[in-house]
Design a protein around this ligand. Sequence first.
Ligand code: A3P
Ligand code: MG
Ligand code: MG
Length: 367
Amino acid sequence: MFNIQPLNRFAGKAAAIKRPREIACFSYDENHQLHLDASSLKYYYPPRLPADLSAGYENFRNVEAAKPPDEHLIALLATIKNLEEKEGKKLEVDIVTWRGMMTKIMTAPFDRFNSCEMNATLYDGTIFIEEDRQTRVENEESQKRNLRHGVQPASFEMMSYWGYKFETLCVIPDTWDNVSREQIENRPNEQVSNYAQYCSVVRTGMGGTSLILGGEVDAIWDQKPDDPDAPINWVELKTNEEPYDQRSLEKFHRKLLKHWAQSFLLGVPKIIVGFRRRNILQHLEEIDVMSMPGKSKQFSQPGEWDGNTCINFAAAFLEFLKKTITSEGTWRISRKERDGTITVYKTSDKGHGDILSPEFVAWRQTL
Ligand code: A3P
Ligand code: MG
Ligand code: MG
């Protein structure tokens, strides 16, 4: 069991952080088929304003509605295997997981409603952590029910569509000089789909723990630099209701905690917020990820969230994880809503559950 409180033990200067570096990437195409390349990378190009975010909802191609099978760590492990084949050696690292799992851990100190269930296993000196899909589906169902009971401007499905519509309005498939004016102008009429995705796989470090994280990135500002070690100008796209009073402004700055953690972990330097009034996109704001913790402090109630505390908390939790998950079998990492602790317990003495794909295990056995 790992206690979240008291938080003051995590305050102060942040633990050492290694700047995330992209070591590989993968894409899902329009059929949600996996490719170990950058084919679904998108480029940012500002949208025309104002814009109707509800337009085209009836034609939304929503991959979630097709209920794809549990993805476990399959794509991430395939990418790691591919890289290891190229380099002819194993990647030594403490933790392999999705960026979303680390976001959950980093934000746990300040997000009382954050709950998570993850499965973990130790293999070949590395702890692999996946999301427990069943719990995610249950959480989404209860989120939908809660929204139905509250006063909302639109259904859960429609509000989720607004986010994807915003992405469609903001991106182009190549650098602007390789895309026609017609294609750029036609974005409001394009079918919205979340089947295609680009995911960046990075190597990073927190305190004494090394990590490989995979996560989706929405777009790139310019283009990938020639120097593979240079930072990449990723852009994270977000929609938000235009704040209309002090309370809604504070709510927005509370939400920045999740956006900050999500972007920070992959080394995304900038988020672009599309502010909407109901379903109408009104204006854009570019926010530097590094400036977010300070900015939020300025606009929120004292003690709302603190970036250094998140980093130190995550670094300490990862140390705890390395001390706990030391034998064969599978483990559950669990935090319930409003719970002040994260619990880690064994769920099986043998095997790796479904966390590791057979292809990955077979590959490692040849090394
Ligand atoms: P917004 O964040 O603008 O609302 P991401 O921002 O992580 O790239 O996600 C893109 C969009 O996917 C979100 O846009 C939101 O519309 C939708 N989305 C993300 N997570 C979701 C979830 N758990 N349930 C429903 N929709 C979600
Ligand atoms: Mg995204
Ligand atoms: Mg986004």
